[in-house]
Design a protein around this ligand. Structure first.
Ligand code: SAH
Length: 346
């Protein structure tokens, strides 16, 4: 089994059967070796640096009805909010003073924010902070819309593909949404010139190990700059309320596998990972992740951006969050750096 890890490191991929074998193997000697190789590759490229992204969750209105998500349209219990331009700029100002050099604007698919509104927010942020990167994570749009935001100065775009299997995709999403369009969006974004992030939930309902091998092949094919993976966590007001969450072990294993597939990738240890285990983000970093995404949203709206239950850090101020993460990273020998944190791949 250990030689599968070596093969993965050398060839940056495995065939279906070998991916399957590695994913289903729970021999600790093998998983430890996988983690060790991933960490070694990560340290060769990024040392012990950890990049930070300031997450601004600017709206929880959403026109979509994804079955897993707490801010889905049909969740009548969600208390909806929108941040206005001033509130968004204030979040960025606070973040900048705390050392953030990337701002991520994330939200539901909220048609209130027209393309020109988004472009205005992006260009205002880029003018105020020319040394910062702006990342958008606002879902599926037309190629024209993506171009508009890019021309306004947006640098990066996060759009998880969620699953690379059509039948699985249909079990997680309403019928209006398709994997085909999701992929179209990702390829458009890449083609336009964004640094692009895809990704998926680990342990989402109905996901099989075979599905995960398909996700890995898709990631290998797209070659994104970033990959966002975190455990699925049920939300009480969704159809998946009673489903089991994804596991720490599988998430950490996948972080290592993805690091070996794409050595330069920007790989966050997600808030969801920190939610299923108190040391989840530390374990993610020690398995090959190199990014953390603390929240910069105003404290009064944090409890409303709930994609899943028991989300951590919803009561903290931005300053507390970054201090807490700094300590957590130092405790495992890693260091948060003040930088845009672009991929080192040239
Ligand atoms: N509307 C944007 C942002 C979505 S929220 C978009 O479509 O890209 C960001 C990510 O959170 C989603 O892509 C999804 O993978 C994840 N997410 C949603 N619900 C979740 C849940 N219940 N558990 C874990 N992750 C979840």
């Amino acid at each position: 089994m250990k030689n599968l890890v070596d093969m993965l490191e050398q060839n940056r991929t495995l065939n279906n059967e070998d991916f399957y074998a590695l994913l289903s193997c729970d021999d600790t000697e093998v998983t430890e070796y996988l983690k060790q190789r991933a960490t070694s590759v990560r340290k060769e490229i990024y040392g012990t640096d950890v990049y930070i992204r300031g997450l601004i969750e600017f709206t929880n209105y959403c026109k979509n009805d994804c079955l897993y998500c707490g801010i889905r349209r049909s969740n009548k219990n969600a208390a909806r909010y929108r941040l206005d331009d001033e509130q968004i700029y204030n979040c960025a100002e606070t973040g900048y003073k705390l050392g953030f050099r990337t701002f991520v604007l994330q939200g539901g698919e909220d048609m209130y924010y027209t393309d020109s509104k988004i472009a205005h927010i992006v260009s205002t942020l880029k003018e105020a902070y020319p040394d910062c990167a702006v990342t958008l994570s606002i879902g599926e749009k037309s190629r024209e819309s993506y171009k508009t935001y890019f021309n306004a100065g947006a640098d990066r775009y996060l759009l998880r593909h969620e699953t690379a299997n059509n039948a699985h995709y249909a079990k997680l999403h309403p019928k209006e949404l398709s994997l085909e369009n999701r992929k179209r969006c990702l390829y458009d974004l890449k083609d336009i010139g964004y640094q692009v992030g895809c990704g998926f939930m680990v342990g989402s309902p109905f996901q099989t190990l075979q599905n995960i091998t398909e996700d890995l092949h898709f990631i290998g094919e797209l070659e994104p700059h970033m990959v966002g993976i975190g455990p699925f966590i049920p939300h009480k007001d969704t159809p998946f309320a009673g489903k089991a969450p994804g596991t720490l072990e599988m998430t950490v294993k996948l972080l290592s596998i993805i690091r070996l597939m794409l050595p330069y990738v920007l790989l966050p240890a997600t808030t969801a990972l920190g939610t299923i285990h108190p040391k989840g983000r530390e374990m993610g970093i020690m398995a090959g992740a190199n990014v953390v995404m603390p929240n910069l949203s105003p404290s009064d709206v944090r409890k409303k951006y709930l994609l899943y239950d028991n989300k951590i850090c919803t009561g903290d101020e931005a300053a507390e969050c970054i201090r807490c993460l700094q300590m957590r990273m130092e405790s495992i020998g890693y260091h948060i750096v003040q930088s845009r944190g672009d991929s080192k791949k040239i």
